[in-house]
Design a protein around this ligand. Structure first.
Ligand code: DC
Length: 225
């Protein structure tokens, strides 16, 4: 039976970076489920439609085919045959993904894709509902979080390092994080929430290596790796 590790948590908790690195160390496949919602949000934006308009988003689903491919172990997201992996990492696409992810039909649309990968491979899957809905039987479940201020500061420092920050960037990022948290935790279906059997890891104030050590400790306490 493949081993499934679920890592859920809010935006900016370091989930993707940590999950990717953990997958590399364990030689598992890393599945970034947020990228799937981003692909749908991106498609709807490209059509010029309103990502908050449920009926309109639903009407696009039959025309959408999303799949994941792995190139040298790195996940690529394929939307109707086009590799859009590099186009979905923008702030507008983040909000669009958060909008479309509230729609039950969108979640249903992406469910089998996520479950099938985990049924056939050892995976580390990160998202919002992996431990609660997608892989309720995952052998390891972790809920990774940090304060909104800490998450905003990390994002701000990343932007600063790449020379992209402006004077009010921190405040803006913080309010976007708070808005997305609200969107993701208050939706009716599959809201962001810690599974009852997930281990909570609050990495506020941690350096990335400290988070990795803490994650490895949790994983090793559950499975033999
Ligand atoms: O992890 P991310 O920032 O790429 O996710 C983008 C949005 O997708 C996030 O705001 C909520 C949604 N999402 C979700 O609803 N369920 C998941 N398993 C992953 C992401």
């Amino acid at each position: 039976m493949p081993i499934n590790i679920a890592i859920d948590g809010p935006s900016g908790s370091g989930k993707s970076t940590q999950a990717r690195e953990l997958a590399r160390r364990l030689s598992y496949i890393y599945v970034d489920t947020g990228a799937l919602y981003r692909a749908i949000g991106f498609y709807v934006m490209r059509k010029g439609a309103d990502t908050k308009d449920e009926e309109s988003v639903k009407s696009f689903l039959p025309g959408i085919s999303v799949s994941l491919e792995y190139v040298d172990g790195v996940q690529r997201v394929i939307l109707n045959g086009e590799d859009i992996s590099d186009l979905i990492r923008t702030q507008p696409v983040s909000m669009a993904a958060s909008d479309v992810s509230r729609i039950p039909e969108v979640r249903e649309f992406l469910l089998d894709l996520q479950r099938n990968i985990a049924a056939e491979n050892n995976v580390i899957m990160d998202g919002r509902d992996v431990g609660t809905v997608i892989l309720p039987n995952a052998q390891v479940k972790i809920f990774l979080t940090a304060t909104p201020e800490d998450r905003a500061m990390r994002r701000f420092m990343e932007l600063k390092a790449s020379g992209k920050e402006d004077d009010d960037a921190y405040e803006r990022i913080l309010s976007e994080i708070i808005e997305r948290d609200k969107n993701d935790t208050t939706r009716k279906i599959s809201p962001l929430k810690q599974a009852d059997d997930a281990v909570l890891l609050d990495n506020t104030g941690y350096e990335p290596e400290e988070t990795m050590e803490a994650l490895l400790k949790i994983v090793r306490s559950k499975i033999d790796v």
